[in-house]
Design a protein around this ligand. Structure first.
Ligand code: FES
Ligand SMILES: [Fe+2]
Length: 423
């Protein structure tokens, strides 16, 4: 349970708020590259209305949506070189926020040098445009394992979630819900993802959960009893401040090829649009070869995601739940995990009221995540660099390991991931 004050401190992300200040110390995805088809794109990030565009040199730029002159919307602007030409009076606003031209000013006017517009540095990595919206020079781009990987080993998508980002963060730090929310009773014809590991989640619905602090956030162990002298261990990770990594559904069609366990994993990155909505960016990475992008697309888009990245199952249609489907799935909402998770977090309310919850033993990692976040918010408020946003050379992600494995009860859990790091 949190106080009202703590809940506000963790959930409000607008400019000048404590958590907004924290969020602005990190790179965040702001669009998929494929959204930049020519016209500038209006985007809303951390409560700020912005315009993303690709200059004629190919580089993405992200600037404030309202023209610095008198506020006309720059998402309608003409693109000229690496800048936007406002349609109203023709000011030319560059991707770095400088004004390059003001056609209405008299000859000799120096007004053009005095205006600075909101502008944020961008980087394009693996089909995603990222931005740094914080003060000063950007922190180094985080060294996720997929950053330098071949493009055919990485897949990215996004979907809309109509609630505060923190609820989704909490879902990612909550391994126990796998035994319930995502439970299938029997494989259905269209379900191509029913597999052995899912059975393990059901065998022991009360996993022992252990949490470790790491340089990037938290390493979370969910340990399930699966018969004599064996346990199924799943290691997932909370990555500051709104990201997570874990195993899960295959990245190639399992009917075509069965991949060895732990050769691929997923990232869920929850980027606030504002306090009440966020984008869930999903990045999948196969360590040892190409993934099947068409198959990955089918997993996230199979229920007709619309052109606004909004899946068909949503709050206004009660997630198309049917009692009939409950014979196959616990939720009655189909076989796609994305929909189950969306339902679970959106139906907590736009911003969950954490003053009325009752946290139990399996919520240990949720509590730990909030503690890590509150500490980082305090760090920024005190002028210190928060976790995962240091400007030194160390790679906080060096010991990021995601896995799911059945092991003898005698195996040391710490040895398990350390072995993976040194491989
Ligand atoms: S409002 Fe944009 S140039 Fe005047
Ligand atoms: Fe889930």
């Amino acid at each position: 349970m949190l106080t009202q004050e703590q809940n506000k401190r963790l959930t409000e992300v607008g400019p000048g708020t404590p958590c907004g200040n924290l969020m602005r110390r990190y790179w965040h995805p702001v669009a998929l590259s494929k959204e930049l088809t020519g016209a500038p794109v209006p985007v809303r990030v951390l409560g700020e209305n912005l315009v993303l565009f690709r200059g004629e040199d190919g580089a993405p730029g992200l600037v404030g949506a309202r023209c610095p002159h008198r506020g006309t919307d720059l998402s309608y602007a003409r693109i000229e070189g690496g800048a936007l030409r406002c349609l109203y009076h023709g000011w030319l606003v560059a991707a770095n926020g400088r004004c390059l031209e003001m056609p209405g000013e008299p000859p000799g006017s120096t007004f053009v040098n005095k205006v600075r517009h909101t502008a944020y540095p961008c980087r394009e990595v693996q089909g995603i445009v990222f931005a740094y919206m914080g003060p000063g020079e950007p922190v180094p781009f985080p060294q996720f394992p997929w950053v330098g990987a071949p493009a055919e080993s990485v897949w990215a998508a996004k979907m809309l979630i109509n609630c505060n980002y923190l609820q989704a963060n909490e879902g990612n730090c909550d391994p126990q819900h796998l035994s319930v929310l995502h439970r299938f009773f029997k494989p259905v014809a269209e379900d191509r993802t029913f597999d052995r590991s899912r059975d393990m989640w059901v065998v022991d619905p009360a996993p022992n959960i252990e949490v470790e602090d790491t340089p990037y956030g938290l390493r979370i162990y969910a340990i399930r009893d699966v018969g004599a002298e064996q346990r199924y261990v799943r290691i997932t990770n909370f990555i500051m401040p709104n990201n997570s990594s874990f195993g899960g559904s295959s990245v190639v069609d399992p009917e075509v090829k069965k991949l060895p366990e732990n050769t691929y994993y997923h990232f869920h990155w929850h980027v606030p649009i504002d306090d009440y909505n966020h984008w869930k960016y999903r990045i999948s990475y196969r360590i040892d070869g190409p993934l099947d992008k068409a198959y990955c697309d089918s997993l996230i888009a199979d229920d007709d995601m619309d052109e606004h990245f909004n899946r068909a199952r949503r709050l206004e249609n009660r997630y198309l739940q049917t009692r009939e489907n409950m014979a196959y799935t616990f939720t009655g909402m189909g076989h796609n995990f994305q929909d189950h998770d969306r339902f679970a977090v959106e139906s907590q309310g736009e911003i969950a009221d954490r003053t009325i919850e009752h946290l139990g033993t399996p919520d240990r990692a949720v509590t730990a995540m909030r503690r890590v976040m509150l500490r980082a918010i305090d760090d920024v408020a005190a002028g210190r660099e928060p976790l995962m946003a240091h400007r030194d050379e160390n790679n906080p992600l060096a010991e990021l390991v995601t896995l799911g494995e059945t092991i003898p009860t005698t195996t040391d859990l710490r040895a398990l991931w350390r072995e993976r790091v040194t491989q």
